[in-house]
Design a protein around this ligand. Structure first.
Ligand SMILES: *Cc1c(COP(=O)(O)O)cnc(C)c1O
Length: 966
């Protein structure tokens, strides 16, 4: 048909986004259907998804929109946000993201589409940036060891409490102390966490901590209302009684003031947001977390460590607890999986770019503005509640509070408003002289001009005492070369690029990580994230200024409810694991509301993701593992028996659907029924929602609550290991138990419910990504994405048949949206391990599929709907070639160790070695198939020695000397 014969509607349809998101063309899909043996996508669905759970009606999201239209509409929604100048503080400060970082990191798919660095040989760039983050954390906090990043400051505080309990020698105490000058949202989140651990929390004057028998205490400096305190004596006194002391700190203040580490703190944490990461209405931002070396095995989250590769060169990888949840399950230190890698990287680049001198200038300017403001306010007759400060003043305004706030709003300025008879003013690096003038006008009225320059010269000549002598920082910061080398934009640009080039991301090749759903993160989805209308919003801005955000969130909520079959959503959890925690919390609160708080057993199938048991532990549930049968399905007899055994104490089951074995279990409804019959609740892990949207739904199947990894199914990029969002959906009976927030009240939620994240709507600024995706796909596109995800997985499984064994299959021999291939028999006979295969895939230009989860010795492949047939064919070709290579080792044709599998990945250094002594040639090592020649990705290091690194744990930047060739 010629284009002239198409109707306008048809022509428009041909331009839609759906075909950009979905990899294979219609013709390719037809070919692939042929290969898998189905006549249509619909038939494939009928063969694959159990009849009883299929939706009778289509979801109701509306029509697909073009990229252009969707962006235009969202822009109009964003315009309903009022972006005032923010002086609210409370842990969130406006910041100037250096443009070189904005464009080349935050807006760069080379950084944002990468995965968590579990394959370190092709991830040295982001591992280096994270190591820089750790060095920065160590320098600023004055402690010995830092982790790579946590989700936000408030959850970091909760982790500090949990760590304190693990390591405190005061074993008897169940009491945790929090100083009353800690940010309110931090207290809120810690209280929530403590409640379910069965700890008691006491909030009081900091000095009061010594009067109680506690296992740990939390202080904050600067305090939430701005004052600085030398905590040295207090910390020593509290530690006398074997309590562990944590201090929340402001990252910028640490540049100028004595570190809590030097004051004796055991743990120091805080938000790294103001190091160049937009406020974004609450996130995403990284939290830093540092502690003593002695506590390294109790540290929550990831640690990047230095080890060496097979050539003996320094190489980085995740240390110690790599995948600790998968190994230690309910004994894991925390449930943190996806964290905030992209944002930690941004913060570390901010420090690299500014260097110690630049940071001192920024911090000093902020401090000077605060000093000037303080003097001016005194001149105007105001009384300040704090006598020391870094950037925050609390001004006693008595009954004039409302007038002052109103005047401020009228001039486009937000002040902190939640204090009695006082307002707070916090300065940040974006504040200007014009802001000072406006602020003076607000407090003094327009007639009382304050001479800023006069105040400034006075401070310069007599000095400032707002940072007491004893608290002035005397120890150097950021002395490492990396923070003193890249201060021109040219140098910085090249440094960022040099790291980016070491990493394999989605902009190079398919990353078929089972369970992680590495699909397209479309540019149109990403664009709104860096619109200032979304980026510059403070999470505690008055609701009437956040109308655009509310509208976007509400619409997204409605869509999510429609797709998931639930009745209510909470957007607060900022990762999948946080969603699990929030969901289990709702379940426990629900049981308690019915006088059944004794229900404390959580059934978890053996195939579950490691965060499931780790989250169960966080609400003090006892985990009972349910076996799987030889087909990988939940063993129904075992389930019935165990449910029966614990019946009256059964809290819930946590089950993933389709299962992590990549199969739609036929008995899922029955599983829900069994659990319900014993009074338990069903928590359906929504990580595999990419195999449900439009076809079935958790609510329809009979589940009570689920989290949804928006960074999997709904297109938020993985950012090299975060950000993510893990909102939860619940049936109506659980709705009263969703998290609220002590600073911003969330509609339709019980006031008393504690928070699970620092910000009321989690990492709100990345919600536009999922919003755009859904809007551009519409009901039809979303369903099609699910169907094609299944077609792609079945195509890969089919094409690998005869080469590898697919471990589990469902009805009609079908897999769902992912499949597990079993390498154990091959390893048994040839000695070639799943690790060898994973590393050899790097030589072919691919990231390995998920390795040894959920079954050791296997690879789990999830191509997603976004991969085109050509790319899958390339991957399949690589896998088949590797299989042939294994056969050569197996038959003895190749030596057991002198072979390309054992030595993979191969680096340029290998190939360029003056003497090549291996039994295979260089061509085979680096260019095993022709396709590789056209687009070679070079791993930057050889295989890394994990054990060596863990034995010799180094988590800070090694000196440059280490990198010199001997
Ligand atoms: C990814 C995943 C999780 C955890 O989600 P995070 O966002 O990484 O915390 C939980 N369950 C399953 C099955 C997953 O794949």
């Amino acid at each position: 048909m010629s284009h002239a014969n198409f109707s306008l509607a048809q022509l428009e349809q041909k331009q839609d986004f759906i075909r950009r998101h979905i990899g294979p063309s219609e013709a390719e899909m037809a070919d692939m259907l042929d290969v898998v043996g189905a006549s249509s996508l619909d038939e494939l669905m009928q063969q694959t998804v159990p009849e009883g759970i299929r939706l009778a009606e289509s979801i109701n999201i509306g029509d697909a929109q073009t990229e252009y239209d969707a962006l235009t509409e969202l822009k109009a929604v964003a315009a309903k946000n009022t972006i005032n100048r923010s002086f609210i503080g409370m842990g969130y400060s406006d910041t100037l993201t250096p443009n070189v970082i904005l464009r080349n990191v935050l807006e760069n798919p080379g950084w944002y589409t990468a995965y968590t660095p579990y394959q370190p040989e092709i991830a040295q760039g982001r591992l280096q940036a994270l190591l820089n983050f750790q060095q920065l954390s160590i320098d600023l906090t004055g402690l010995e060891l830092a982790s790579a990043s946590l989700l936000d400051e408030a959850t970091a505080a909760a982790e500090a409490m949990a760590l304190s309990k693990r390591v405190s020698k005061n074993k008897k105490s169940e009491l945790y102390f929090i100083a009353d000058n800690v940010h309110p949202q931090t207290i809120d989140v810690v209280r929530t966490r403590a409640e379910m651990f069965g700890f008691e929390v006491l909030v009081g004057k900091a000095e009061d901590a010594v009067n109680h028998d506690v296992f740990g205490a939390l202080f904050q400096c600067p305090g939430t209302t701005g004052e600085l305190t030398d905590l040295t004596d207090l910390i020593a006194a509290v530690k006398e009684s074997k309590a562990v002391v944590s201090v929340a700190a402001d990252i910028m203040s640490l540049v100028l003031i004595k570190s809590p580490g030097e004051m004796g703190a055991d743990v120091v944490f805080g938000s790294a947001q103001r190091f160049g990461v937009p406020m974004g209405y609450g996130g995403p931002h990284a939290a830093f977390f540092a502690t003593r070396d002695a506590y390294k095995r109790s540290l929550p989250g990831r640690i990047i460590g230095v080890s060496k590769d097979t050539r003996g060169r320094p190489a980085l990888r995740m240390a110690l607890q790599t995948r600790e949840q998968h190994i230690r399950r309910e004994k894991a230190n925390s449930n943190i999986c996806t964290a905030q890698v992209l944002l930690a990287n941004m913060a570390s680049f901010y420090a690299v770019y500014h260097g110690p001198e630049g940071l001192k200038t920024i911090a000093s300017r902020i401090h000077r503005m605060t000093d000037i403001m303080a003097d001016g306010l005194k001149q105007l007759g105001y009384e300040l509640e704090n006598t020391t400060w870094f950037d925050t003043l609390t001004v006693n305004v008595g009954d004039k509070k409302d007038t002052i706030l109103e005047r401020a709003y009228a001039k486009g300025i937000n002040l902190r408003s939640d204090l009695d008879n006082a307002v707070g003013i916090s300065f940040d690096e974006t504040a200007s002289r014009a802001d000072l003038t406006t602020l003076f006008a607000i407090f003094g009225g327009d007639s009382h001009a304050v001479d800023i320059d006069a105040l400034d010269s006075q401070i310069v000549s007599i000095g400032s005492e707002s940072i007491p002598e004893a608290l002035v920082r005397t120890t150097p910061i950021l002395t490492h070369e990396v923070f003193n080398s890249y201060h021109s934009e040219t140098e910085m640009l090249r440094y960022i690029k040099s790291l980016e080039d070491k990493d394999l991301a989605l902009n190079h090749s398919m990353i078929s990580l089972g369970s992680c759903t590495m699909k397209l993160n479309a540019t149109a989805e990403m664009i709104p994230v860096t619109w200032p209308e979304f980026g510059r919003m403070h999470p505690f801005a008055p609701m009437n200024q956040t109308q655009g955000y509310q509208e976007m969130i509400n619409e997204l909520n409605q869509w999510m409810l429609n797709m998931t079959g639930y009745d209510e959503m909470s957007m607060q959890p900022n990762s999948g694991a946080q969603g699990e925690y929030a969901g289990l919390l709702a379940i426990q609160r629900y049981h308690a509301s019915r006088g059944e708080s004794h229900r404390n057993v959580c059934l978890i199938p053996s195939s579950a993701h490691g965060t499931n048991p780790a989250s169960a532990q966080m609400v003090s549930l006892k985990v009972v593992v349910v076996d799987c049968d030889k087909h990988g399905n939940v063993d129904m007899d075992d389930l019935r028996r165990k449910a029966e055994e614990v019946s009256e104490n059964l809290s819930c089951i946590m089950i993933t659907y389709p299962s992590t074995h990549g199969v739609y279990e036929e008995t899922i409804t029955e599983i829900c029924d069994v659990v319900h019959a014993h009074g338990g609740q069903v928590y359906m892990d929504g990580a595999n929602m990419n195999a449900q949207v439009g076809i079935t739904s958790p609510g329809h199947i009979g589940s009570d609550v689920s989290h949804f990894n928006l960074h999997k199914t709904f297109c938020i990029p993985h950012g090299g290991g975060g950000p993510g969002m893990g909102p939860i959906g619940v049936k109506s009976h659980l709705a009263p138990f969703l998290p609220n927030h002590s600073v911003i009240n969330i509609d339709n939620t019980e006031r008393g419910n504690g928070a699970v994240s620092a910000a009321p709507f989690g990492s709100a600024s990345i919600l536009p990504i999922s919003y755009m995706y859904i809007k551009m796909m519409g009901s039809e596109g979303l369903k099609k994405a699910t169907e094609v995800a299944m077609l792609n997985a079945n195509y890969v499984a089919k094409r690998l048949e005869g080469h590898f064994d697919v471990l589990y299959r469902g009805r009609n021999g079908r897999v769902a949206h992912e499949c597990i291939i079993d390498l154990r028999p091959l390893k048994e006979s040839s000695g070639v391990s799943e690790m060898d295969v994973a590393k050899r895939l790097n030589d072919y230009g691919f990231h390995a599929p998920t390795m040894s989860f959920p079954v050791a010795g296997t690879l789990m492949i999830e191509p997603t709907e976004s991969e085109a047939k050509a790319e899958m064919d390339r991957f399949i070709e690589a896998m088949i070639c590797i299989r042939e290579e294994i056969a050569k080792v197996d038959s003895g044709e190749w030596d057991a160790t002198d072979n390309p599998l054992h030595n993979a990945p191969h680096t340029l250094d290998d190939i360029c070695d003056a003497e090549w002594t291996r039994s295979y040639d260089r061509q085979l090592a680096a260019y095993p198939v022709d396709a590789v020649k056209r687009n070679k990705f070079w791993p930057s290091v050889n295989r890394i020695d994990d054990v060596y690194g863990d034995r010799n744990l180094i988590c800070s930047c090694p000196s440059i000397e280490t990198y010199r060739e001997e």
